[in-house]
Design a protein around this ligand. Structure first.
Ligand code: NAD
Length: 284
């Protein structure tokens, strides 16, 4: 039996990147999935490719009736909703705080925070009634530490982490769980769309960005959508039945901490000693 056999999911932002990777894994694992996105052509192509266990619905996550429509489609078509994956997103407004355009700020928050709030709101109603379900939202390591995203993006992602905790407390007694995933640097179109790359040029740009960040995390590679999808599949499955209110960094160790050799080299520079020629600390 596959991990998600019989389960019904809605995946927002399912037409690209982490959402697409999760869609593909969910389909492999036996789930039926509503792909909720604003990229109609790509979403419809994916639904055709993956067959009748998937369907596409144009869903702008900042619009309440559209999010409600995606949840309703899952329930009307397949009778229930087991997993709501609130994943749609983009980089949003960036730049120095004093220059922030507030209309762009509002749009950013509408997608990254309001969109997640709406997904939780409409999934919770259905899941409470059916006495079970798993809500997973995509936050970011930018919501855990500064320096991994623009200000509005980082604030929205931190809010997603805390919203997850807050609703998990209300939903627990209904056997409805809420958790968040916090990706590190994952090779997706989030890095190409703002620069106008499309098609093969976008694929090439994703590879370049992945390479550019490869030496950043301790694991010495950028993440792939599948790395996040595996965690989401676990959170959607019964294997995580007692896990709620949590957020998980999936980042190759990027937020685990610094490499001690940085400290060693700073001490070395202060004293004019080349520690790199000596055994690592603790092994002298
Ligand atoms: P992506 O650009 O490949 O995919 C994002 C998807 O969201 C696209 O299909 C896009 O059409 C959709 N989307 C954007 N605005 C929408 C809206 N208003 N309504 C519905 N769909 C909308 O990027 P990705 O990296 O897969 O991003 C997925 C999530 O992961 C985002 O929430 C992003 O913030 C988060 N994230 C990504 C990284 C990374 O390094 N790629 C790191 C941390 C967090």
């Amino acid at each position: 039996m596959a991990r998600l056999d019989g389960k019904v999911a809605v995946i927002t932002g399912g037409a690209s990147g982490i959402g697409e990777g999760t869609l593909r894994l969910f389909a492999e694992e036996g789930a039926r999935v509503v792909i909720a996105d604003i990229q109609d052509e790509r979403g419809q192509q994916l639904a055709e490719e993956l067959g009748p266990s998937t369907t596409y619905l144009h869903t702008d996550v900042s619009q309440e009736e559209q999010v409600q429509g995606a949840v309703r489609l899952a329930v009307d078509k397949w009778g229930r909703l087991d997993c709501m994956f609130n994943n749609a997103g983009f980089g949003g407004v960036s730049g120095p705080i004093e220059l922030t355009d507030m209309a762009a700020y509002d749009t950013t928050m509408a997608v990254l925070l309001r969109g997640v709030f709406l997904g939780i709101k409409h999934a919770a109603g259905v899941m409470k009634e059916q006495r079970g379900g798993s809500i997973v939202s995509t936050a970011s390591i930018a919501g855990m530490q500064a320096g991994f995203g623009p200000h509005a993006y980082s604030a929205a992602k931190a809010a997603v982490i805390h919203l997850t905790r807050s609703v998990s407390v209300e939903l627990g007694e209904f056997n409805v769980r809420a958790n968040a995933v916090c990706p590190g640097v994952i090779g997706t179109n989030i890095f190409t769309t703002p620069f106008g790359f499309t098609g093969a040029a976008a694929d090439a740009a994703v590879r370049k960005v992945s390479d550019a960040f490869a030496d950043w995390p301790p694991m010495k590679r950028s993440g792939m959508p599948r790395d996040i999808a595996e965690a989401v599949a676990w959170l959607a499955s019964d294997a995580s039945a007692y896990v709620t209110g949590q957020h998980f960094a999936i980042d190759g160790g990027l937020t685990a901490g610094r490499d001690i050799t940085e400290m060693r080299d700073r001490i070395g520079r202060a004293y004019g000693i080349d520690f790199s020629q000596m055994p690592p600390p603790g092994q002298q």
